[in-house]
Ligand binder design. Sequence first.
Ligand code: NDP
Length: 278
Amino acid sequence: MTDSANPDQYGLIGHPVEHSWSPFIHGMFAKESNQNLVYRLYDFEPPQFRRETLRLFAGGIKGLNITLPHKEAAAELVNVLTPRASRAQAVNTIMFRDDSSLLGDNTDGIGLTRDLAGNLGLELARKRILILGAGGATRGILAPLLERGPTALIIANRTVARAAALVMAFKDMGPISSCGFSDIEGPPYDLIVNATSASLQGQMPELPPGLVSEDTVCYDLAYGRGHTPFTMWAKTLYAGRICKGWGMLVEQAAEAFELWRGVRPNTHTVLEALTRKT
Ligand code: NDP
């Protein structure tokens, strides 16, 4: 129980975090479902992460979302992992439990597949998928994508060893392989997911030709106003459909909100509001 003068506290830890729409999203969820909470942003660099996160929980915060570059460190920090976070070894949601333990969950994968399959109506079975990037977000989305039965899932990353390590961790789940950006081979993919953080730096990795056709869906996990370098790349290659990560952002947030509050928020009104704003 909370009284209105002392709302429950939640927040997002990352570096950087100033681009985040999570306070807006959780604020709308809370308003629409009559939940008394506040949601703040915390910018901590990796050396501060562990100490500051534990300090926030000691100070009474009830739950945290975790964004780049801390998701793997968060998996090491918590006391208990949900099965999907354990599979990913990456955590984007932490809940403070009644017994004072910290539960780590990963809602990125369910957020992406809810957006792809539910909001965008995409069928992923028997499709060829290319993922750019092998960081914390990729760790979270691999299992739910492989569960949908693609013909092939290729992870391409700047640091090839990081992509290869993910293949080792997930190869029991389906046809997964890894390579560097310059070694990606065609024919064009059904779905290309940009899970690098290059868009945040205004960059796009250099990729070989022949990866995109008029049937390719290009999905950037990054979001923001206007085109990202990745969506601009897709546009110049006449990709069939180009999406940014707004839907995933709202869906993964809804999953975290439900874990924390036991209430399933309506994602459609929030997504509409974000689309109007951006
Ligand atoms: P991480 O920091 O864990 O990983 C970053 C990844 O990007 C690594 O694979 C890294 O390669 C690669 N990378 C970074 N800079 C470049 C560059 N200049 N050129 C090529 N590759 C680069 O980040 P996350 O995995 O947590 O997040 C990735 C992206 O996904 C971010 O943009 C984030 O905002 C977005 N995201 C969106 C969500 C949503 O709900 N829409 C949810 C989660 C994430 P290397 O291994 O070589 O360093």
